[in-house]
Design a protein around this ligand. Structure first.
Ligand SMILES: NC(=O)c1ccc[n+]([C@@H]2O[C@H](COP(=O)([O-])OP(=O)(O)OC[C@H]3O[C@@H](n4cnc5c(N)ncnc54)[C@H](O)[C@@H]3O)[C@@H](O)[C@H]2O)c1
Length: 315
């Protein structure tokens, strides 16, 4: 299968990520089937897609007609018939190794042998998932970042059995979709989540120690480091700041950073009490009384403005 020949895509799993992923393929003119095991999930996804599209229309990223045409290219179904003539399937169901393996064990013999299969796992082993795939050479990781219809990065992950042809295909597909793919080997968390969780562990440690509050830490990222990281990677940043300066700071600071291997109590207690963030109305912050919708809208409108500025600058 050549990337230019792809016309029929199945996104399996219509959760937060699946709904957003369907829009990326449809935006590129491809026919997309959003498959989910329940009709209820598909209805939720339809509402998410409509909200996302309304935000893009109001930001001037897409016209009202273009948006309606895009939505028209997405079919939603619970029937598995969509898999038999797919050119490309991306799985985005729940983050559980056994559940994903059962999905691929069931679906991979049903799809055509030239159909490329990918998983949107956040960091499960691609090699371990590949053991459940019939003809695993055509299977790779394609890890997107939430909300993927707005964030350009996609991580292309090769497992032990992934062929060069397949990783090249997934990489080129990312380019065809107008995204910024990077290649990664099959290490836990790949690149993005290793970076994200190193920061998150340190952020939890700072707050738990009482050295700074939640808002202070979030502010340090939003108005300081995050702003720089939107423009430069860590290596580019250090080159600009001076290797000598960073060397001296690293000599006394690395030994002071958090390096615990277990989940800190602050996160554990939120998880155990069901305070799961925006989706449950409470997390580190309170999201009741319309604050959840506002937080998502706010995030999306800022990402649109920042990516527009960054991509414009690269032209
Ligand atoms: N949310 C994020 O920030 C994010 C970012 C990148 C990657 N991911 C990854 O994307 C995948 C989906 O995440 P999400 O946030 O959309 O999750 P979600 O909970 O919103 O959706 C999960 C979907 O999986 C389906 N599902 C659950 N059990 C299933 C089963 N046994 N068989 C078939 N379908 C089943 C559900 O119906 C639902 O549609 C996960 O692998 C996750 O790690 C998530």
């Amino acid at each position: 299968m050549k990337v230019a020949e792809v016309s029929n895509v199945v996104v399996a799993g219509a959760g937060t990520m699946g709904a957003s992923l369907a829009q990326i393929f449809a935006q590129c003119g491809l026919r997309v089937t959003l498959w989910n095991r329940s009709r209820q999930g598909l209805d939720r996804a339809r509402a998410l897609i409509e909200n996302n599209q309304a935000a893009l229309v109001s930001a001037g990223r897409v016209s009202e007609t273009g948006s309606q045409e895009l939505i028209g290219r997405i079919t939603a179904q619970t029937n598995e018939s969509c898999f038999s003539d797919a050119d490309f399937v991306i799985e985005s169901i729940t983050e559980n190794l056994e559940v994903k393996q059962a999905f691929f064990r069931h679906i991979s013999p049903v799809v055509r042998e030239d159909c490329v299969l990918a998983t949107n796992t956040s960091g499960l082993s691609i090699s371990a998932l590949g053991t459940s795939v019939y003809k695993p050479g055509r299977f790779a990781g394609m890890h997107w970042i939430n909300p993927p219809h707005l964030i350009p990065l996609v991580e292309v992950v090769s497992g032990g059995e992934t062929s060069e042809e397949t990783s090249g295909f997934v990489y080129d597909l990312g380019l065809r979709l107008g995204k910024k793919p990077i290649r990664v080997k099959d290490i836990p968390g790949f690149v993005l989540n290793r970076l994200q969780f190193a920061v998150f562990r340190e952020a939890l440690s700072i707050v738990e120690s009482g050295a700074a509050g939640l808002e202070d830490v979030d502010g340090a990222m939003k108005y300081g480091l995050g702003l720089r990281y939107a423009c430069l990677g860590p290596f580019e940043s250090v080159d600009l700041g001076g290797i000598d300066v960073f060397y001296k700071i690293a000599s006394y600071l690395f030994g002071n950073l958090e390096n615990r291997g277990d989940v800190p109590d602050m996160l554990k207690s939120l998880y155990e009490s069901g305070s799961w963030g925006v989706k449950s109305g409470c997390g580190f912050y309170d999201y009741t009384g319309g604050k959840a919708e506002k937080a998502v809208k706010n995030r999306d409108s800022k990402i649109i403005k920042i990516t527009d500025a960054l991509l414009e600058d690269e032209k």
